[in-house]
Design a protein around this ligand. Structure first.
Ligand code: BTN
Length: 270
């Protein structure tokens, strides 16, 4: 690992100093932690995070970072970005599919604003760079029968993953440093947080429709042969983008099936 770009410590004031004015308007609190089990759990179960506005948490390290499909998210200290954003929504859970895709577009916009070129999105929530996984997004909600729903959006982005920690990741991965990108973690946190806050507000106004076109421009799977694996087994088909709600359109033997995200894994075949 090169020390030309030493990791900077996360600092609330440095994050806040470059957050966009429009985003800071809705931001009620930002908590910077040295170590936490999971920044998402911290916000989901924490006291004092009310239903109005947005609350954010960034951590230097997570001891029990949560990934999709019950996996652990490898979260060594001082190396990457672990960011969670809490906001309440008066929408029903079906909207979460589209919301999580909208967050992917927001992360891509943040990366573009930092001059990181070549970001793509792999349905439902992987952030890719150079064909490998740079980061991931996981939405979690507090269990309630009625709205408003407290939704925590968790975002992990590999900035400079130490080799020993990276050895524990069971899929092709990359980090920003490997692509010559050194935005600084405070600036990265600030840009991602700004774009996520703005995207969530835009989603409340216009739903996933406001992001559909941008998402499809970033779609890494478009027209690729994929293998989809869920509780009922494996299926093969051709990915044909997403529908107006964010469900994957999978063409199987000439017919398009809607696939909603859940306990699903997806692998590119060709
Ligand atoms: C995935 O599996 O692709 C989603 C990974 C999400 C990881 C982030 S890191 C910040 C937040 N806290 C967690 O425990 N998980 C999310």
């Amino acid at each position: 690992m090169s020390n030309t770009h030493p990791a900077e410590a996360l600092e609330e004031q440095r994050i806040l100093s470059v957050i966009s004015a429009a985003a800071s308007f809705g931001l009620r609190s930002i908590t910077v932690l040295g170590e936490v089990d999971s920044s998402t759990r911290f916000l989901l179960e924490g006291e004092g995070f009310g239903e109005a506005g947005v609350h954010a948490c960034v951590a230097e390290a997570q001891t029990a970072g949560r990934g999709r499909r019950g996996r652990a998210w490898v979260s060594p200290g001082g190396a990457n970005l672990y960011l969670s954003v809490l906001r309440s929504f008066a929408v029903v859970p079906e909207f979460l599919q589209g919301l999580s895709l909208a967050v992917g577009v927001a992360v891509a916009r943040a990366m573009q604003s930092l001059d990181v070129q070549g970001i793509a999105l792999k349905w439902p929530n992987d952030i890719l760079l150079g064909g490998a996984k740079l980061g991931g997004i996981l939405l979690e909600t507090s269990a309630r029968g009625q709205g408003p729903w407290r939704v925590v959006t968790g975002i992990g982005i590999n900035v400079r993953m130490p080799a020993d920690a990276g050895a524990g990741i069971d899929q092709p991965w990359t980090d920003l440093a490997a692509h010559g990108a050194h935005p600084g973690r405070n600036r990265l946190a600030s840009r991602v947080l700004s774009e996520v806050i703005l995207a969530q507000a835009q989603f409340v106004e216009g739903g996933f429709g406001a992001f559909h076109r941008d998402w499809e421009l970033l779609d890494a799977l478009r027209d690729r042969q994929v293998e989809l694996h869920d509780a009922s087994g494996s299926r093969w088909g051709t990915a044909r983008g997403v529908d107006a709600g964010g469900a994957l359109l999978l063409e199987v033997q000439g017919r398009c099936e809607r696939v909603v995200s859940g306990d699903i894994s997806l692998r590119v075949v060709t």
